[in-house]
Unconditional design. Sequence first.
Lengths: 303, 303
Amino acid sequence: MHIEFRHLRTIRAIHQAGGLARAADVLNITQSALSHQVKGLEEQAGVELFARRSKPLKLSAAGHRLLKLAEKVLPEIEALEADFENLRSGKSGRLHIAIECHACFEWLFPVLEEFRKAWPDVDVDIRPGLAFDALPALEKEEVDLVVSSDPEEITGVEFQPLFDYEPVFVAADEHPLARKPFVVAEDFRDQNLITYPVDRSRLDVFTELLTPAKVEPRAVRQVELTAVILLLVASNRGVAVLPDWVVREVRYHSDYVTRPLTASGVTKRLYAAIRSDDATKPFMAHLLRLARKIPVQLQRSEA
Amino acid sequence: MHIEFRHLRTIRAIHQAGGLARAADVLNITQSALSHQVKGLEEQAGVELFARRSKPLKLSAAGHRLLKLAEKVLPEIEALEADFENLRSGKSGRLHIAIECHACFEWLFPVLEEFRKAWPDVDVDIRPGLAFDALPALEKEEVDLVVSSDPEEITGVEFQPLFDYEPVFVAADEHPLARKPFVVAEDFRDQNLITYPVDRSRLDVFTELLTPAKVEPRAVRQVELTAVILLLVASNRGVAVLPDWVVREVRYHSDYVTRPLTASGVTKRLYAAIRSDDATKPFMAHLLRLARKIPVQLQRSEA
DNA sequence: CAGAGACGTGAAACAAATTCATAATCCTCA
DNA sequence: TGAGGATTATGAATTTGTTTCACGTCTCTG
C-alpha cells in the first residue's frame, strides 16, 4: 500500500468540510483531483473509504479508521515543522562541547547554566574529550565546540580566544616549597606530581615547564577529580599544577598555598574552536560571549 | 513544507542501513534516487538532515528529530495497513444494527453475545430504530442490518427470513379476559392498551387485529421498557400484546396469563434486511445463522 | 420530477520521482 | 601519501504520479 500524508490531509479535509467539493476548496485543488485521489487510495487500500450512496460523501468504517490515524499523525508533523522552523531561525540547535582541558568543567558549568536560560531549546551536552580526538570530531560534526589552548590552522574551523589563565603551583602549606615565592622546573625533580589522567602534551606543567627543562618528577600520580587532587595535596601526598580558576577557593583555605610557575608566572590563553559555519549562529555567539565574561567575573569576585 | 511517508521511510532506512547506498538497496530504489530525495527534503525543510563531512552519511540533529517522528509514525501506518487487511479479508468490519421492533433486544443480545466470540474485530452496535427511518438508513450505509417484519422490494437490499413468532395477548391473571381461551379485536374496545412508543403501523396488535377490525381501545398508553409494560399489566393497569419471546418468563409467573390473538393465533415472520453487497461477507452470514438459531433455542428451552 | 448541487471519469497537461551514466569525495591501507 | 575502493552528488532523460479540463452521472430537495 502507498498511503501518503497527502491522503491524510485529504481525508481530514473531506471530513471537516463535509464533502468533496468543499474540501477541494480548502486544499486548493480541484474537486476532480480529490475524486481521483480518493479513488486511487481506495484501490490501493482495497477498502471503501466512503459511503458512496449518500451525496455529501460520508466516511465509512474504514474511512473513520483512516481519519483517526490522520488526526493522530498530522499534528505530529506540524510539530516537526515548528521544530524545524526553530532550527532554521536559530532558536534551537545543537551545542555539543568537547573539552580537552579536564578542569574546564569548573567555569563551563556556570556558563552553560546562564546559557540555558536564554536558549532553552538548544540541545546542550558536554563530552569530556579524553577518549577521542576532539578536533577531528569537530570537523565531522560530531561535536560543535572544542575548548582548547592550542590553536591550529584548520580550514573550516576557527579558534576564538576566550580568556587568559595562569597555571599555578599548589602545595600543602607545610610543604617545603611553600616557603618559596615561586617555583621552577628543578623544584619538581624530587616531588610527587598529581595530574589529570591525560597525555602530557595536554598538561601545562609539562608543556610549559618540565618538558622544555627536561625535568622528570620523582613520581606522577593520575587522578580524575579536581576535588580529589586538592585533597591529596592538602594531606601532603604530592603537589599539583592547576589553572588558577580551579584553585580560587584555595585562597580561603589555609591548608593550601599557590605559587606562580617561574618568577614571572606563566600565562596561557584558552580558545573555543568552532566550525566557521556555526560562527554566525546567534546562540553560538551568545555562548562565546558568556564564555569570555563569566570565568573572568568568577576569578575577580573570589580574588 | 511537504514531508511524505516516503521521506520517513528513507530516513529510517538510511539510519538503519548506515548509509545511503545500502539504504537504497533496502528500499529497492537506486542510490541516486535517494540522494535526490534527501537533497529535495533538505531544501524543503530548510535544514541539514545529515552531517555531510563524514562519508557513511550520518544523521544531524535535525535528522535525528525527523527519525524520531519516523519511528513514531511508521508503526502507526503499519497498524493501519494491518487493520485494512482485516477489513479486506472480512475478519473485521462494521455491523450496526437498527431494530424497528422495540422488543428485539430480548433475543438480539444473546445472539450478539455469541457473535462477538467469533468476530471480536467486528464493530458491533445497535441503534433503536425509533428516531429515524431504518431502511433508508440501510441504503445510505448508515446502518448495516435492519430487523423488520415487513419485507419491501428495494433494489440492493434483501430481506432474509429469521424466524416466526406469535404476538400474544398479556393480562393480569385476575383480569376478566384471562378467563377466555383467546381474545379477539372486540375484546380491546373497553381496555387500556399498553404499547411501545412507536407508530401504530409498527405494532402487531394494530396491524394484525385492531386496524382491520376498526376497533379503538378505550385508551392507549405508551411505555418504553418491556419490564415496565409487564409491571403495569401485572398490577392490572392495562393489557398488552407482545411477541411470544418477550413473555417467555411469564409462563413461570402466576401474575400474568397469555392468550392467543383470535382462535387460531397470529403468526408473523421476522426478517433481517441487509444490503446485497454485504450478503456474502462471512461475518454477516454467521450473524444471520445465529439469528435464526438462537431465538428458537431460547423459545424451546423455556417453553 | 426537474434542476441544482455533488461526485465520477477519461484524456491531456503538468509535476515529481526515479534511473542512468558519470563525476566528485571520502576513506583506507600499503 | 597516494592509489583504489567505497560512498555520495549531479544532470539529463525517463518514468511515474497528480492535477486540470470538460463533461457525464448520480442524488437530494422542493
